[in-house]
Write a protein that binds this ligand. Sequence first.
Ligand code: AMP
Length: 491
Amino acid sequence: MPFKQLGLSTDILRAISDQGYVNPTPIQKQAIPIIIEGQDVMGGAQTGTGKTAGFTLPMLQRLERHANTSMSPAKHPIRALILVPTRELALQVYESVKIYSKYLPLRSTVIYGGVNIDTQIDILRSGVEILVATPGRLLDHLQQKNLVLSKVEILILDEADRMLDMGFLPDIKQITQSLPDHRQNLMFSATFSEEIRKLANKILKQPVVIEVAKQNSVSELITHIVHPVESARKQELLIWLITQQNLKQVLVFTRTKQGADRLTQQLARQGISTAAIHGDRNQLQRTQALESFKQGSIQVLVATEVAARGLDIEELTHVINFELPNNPEDYVHRIGRTGRAGAKGYAISLVSQEESHLLIDIEKLLKTKIRIEEIKAFEQKSTAQPISGKETIPAKKPRNNTPPQNKRPNNYIKQNGSASRFNKEETFRNVRHPKSAEDPLFTQPYVSTAKIDIATRQADISGKAESINASRSSSKPVPALFSPRVMNKQK
Ligand code: AMP
């Protein structure tokens, strides 16, 4: 189904075409017509699914009637408010808004903390229709009366789960009190926790629930690998991996800010161009680090969880977990930075014995075992305990000198061979690379739970025409708490 069947204006379609997008992604197909109709939406979607355009495009369509070139600030009240958890995501969403609205006389800006407030005040006073904001800084502006939200028609909460994780709930509640009661609400979240449901019940009115990816699912295009290693040798192994595989662009996750800084210094001492991105870096440092990384002038970006959430880095092939996250869901978010928009990716984790319980939790969440590859030069001492409580990495294992199919060196892998899950005769050569997706952009990454999504994909694959109405009349089961209206309504 092409974009032009979704009800978007020519100016918006032109901007989409400039981006080179050919077909809408599953979430775009479902969300765009519903949002254009003015319904509230609860979207279950992770970054990488095209959700930003999924809400931005129909938002622009709804605001198009207000587009004007008047110089008067009064003619440009805030009509749409997009709340996001982090500054990086704010900048990314703002970039998308600018790109998709480039042929429309609608003004937009972005506000976030950690930077001078005065410049933001000047822009706000000149009038903007679309405001992308982090909750804390928005509240500062509200309290200083630098803006009014009484004309807001659309409220969008992006990455709502992360906003709650970051403690923004009181801020969100306070902000919504400044909004008119009559408005459209859109909420996007990668997970549906109890807190998210409560927030959805408070904010959304009879929302249509759209879910394109199964909760906590990960792209099938990502190959997961665990390298067992002693904690003390992780840094050495990381450097070895980067240099041996000649990795040009790697996003490395550490658990703490201090750990990120330490690792950055250690890598830099080895001549690897590296920058850190975490909460203690000021905005300028974070933006510069991200930009240099995106442009390729920095080889390694060391990040903590929060800072990297929502980052969209084109064609990022490698995410390395220097340490596993405490929360298994964070593993899903971390590795979601790769394997995006149809591209293949590697999620590599350096796992010490102390972290084996974290690995088990991640595997439980993913409902799959992650392949373990011990690297000969970094093999653990024979006295070592097994990496997982249940499974044993043998002290002596047959060596695999078979030339691997990718760039890794011949002696790269120590075969895992014992009466354990490491004995699946999984040689590196046997790593299954998923077949290229039928829909080259987005088909494979999604694990849809909804009948509608499967139907949509099948229609796409077989090239059959598909009507939005037919999709919308699906009897897709949705969480009862959201009491959806439209998805169950037969048209
Ligand atoms: P998001 O999930 O919003 O972070 O988007 C992930 C990436 O997909 C971004 O780089 C978008 O530019 C890209 N994208 C969004 N929609 C489409 C589309 N219909 N076709 C191709 N790429 C897209």
